[in-house]
Design a protein. Structure first.
Length: 339
């Protein structure tokens, strides 16, 4: 069996190889091709699962067992901008280092360790998690009979007890154009939108004593024509992090907006609760994952190296120590799940 040092070196090398392939959401093909070849060379039966034009998930299984009880999974895509890999004595840096290319590398190493112990595991790597979880939705229509899905996201190597859901909302206000010297002849869509956003900012959001509060982020605002034109159009994109079912909140949002704007709910992922497993430190994830989109892949668990606090930043990194520890934790978790 390989030593821990050799395993750590392999994980670091694979992490850097994956980071150095740009795979911003929608452009995952090159990373998927590389990962598919890597797993084929490692002796897996690899399937490219079509998702959209030029986009596909990677599903890898032992050649003699297309339906293992446990699958490791995370996402191939990253947020922009692309950042090449680098490293120092402690960390690996670059876009996707912790979210989630280091996780892919740790899971591949763990699956290899388990194979040496004659425990079969599958690997599922999906596209689109950072935008709409499209890859997860397609995978859900193509299950492999797994009993457990160990999903990877940056949890500081702690097993998640719960993860928040996500409600993505688009609010569009419409008005009437006019010369800005005569505002009484027009109707400002931007003023309407600002009133709506202020109302939403003041709205009380659900709170869960075990998970924490729901939160709202106004991520994008756009609108207007020119500084000397009364704007006839304005739009905002919002993201609510959920700690309760979304139905009541959706009703409150519609009521708060009233007749000032149009509301469209473009993504609704529920908050999730997970099982506890003896011998693992735990946490609560304030972010959402692909898990809600894949109920057909077995009972979910959430675990991965790295901190969500540095994901999506210009100094994203993952600790080399955590990568090595993650391999051991994934092996331990899979062994406990299959008994």
């Amino acid at each position: 069996m390989p030593s821990a040092i050799l395993i750590r070196m392999d994980v670091i090398g694979l992490t850097r190889q994956l980071i150095d392939i740009q795979s911003i959401t929608g452009n995952e093909a090159a990373a998927g091709e590389f990962l598919g070849r890597y797993l084929e060379n490692a002796g897996y039966a690899v399937e490219k699962m079509p998702v959209a034009a030029g986009r596909f998930n990677i599903c890898a299984t032992p050649p003699t067992n297309p339906s293992p009880a446990v699958f490791f999974s995370t996402h191939i895509d990253t947020v922009p901008p692309f950042i090449h890999s680098s490293e120092d004595d402690q960390n690996v840096y670059g876009r996707g280092s912790c979210d989630a290319k280091g996780i892919i590398a740790a899971q591949v190493a763990a699956a290899d360790r388990l194979r040496q112990l004659e425990i079969d595991c599958g690997l599922l790597y999906v596209v689109g998690e950072e935008r709409d979880s499209l890859g997860a939705k397609i995978a859900n229509d193509n299950p492999r009979g797994a009993k457990f899905l160990i999903n990877g996201e940056p949890t500081d190597n702690r097993l998640a007890l719960a993860s928040k859901g996500a409600l993505r909302v688009e609010v569009t206000a419409r008005g009437k154009m006019a010369h800005s010297a005569y505002p009484e002849l027009g109707e400002s869509a931007i003023n309407k939108l600002l009133d709506v956003l202020q109302t939403l900012r003041m709205m009380e959001l659900p709170n869960n004593p075990e998970i924490g509060p729901s939160t709202m982020n106004i991520g994008i605002i756009e609108g207007g024509r020119a500084t000397n034109v009364i704007p006839d159009f304005a739009k905002a994109q919002l993201l609510f992090r959920l700690v309760a079912p979304s139905q009541e909140l959706r009703q409150k949002i519609v009521a708060a907006v009233g007749g000032l704007a149009e509301v469209e709910f473009v993504l609704d992922l529920p908050y999730m609760r997970f099982r506890t497993v003896p011998g693992f430190e735990t946490m609560t994830a304030s972010f959402t994952t692909d898990i809600p989109g894949m109920p057909n892949w077995g009972e979910p668990l959430l675990l991965g190296p790295g901190s969500i606090h540095v994901a999506h930043t210009d100094r994203e990194f993952v600790s080399k120590k955590e990568l090595a520890e993650a391999v051991e934790l994934y092996v331990k978790l899979a062994k406990q799940l299959v008994g």
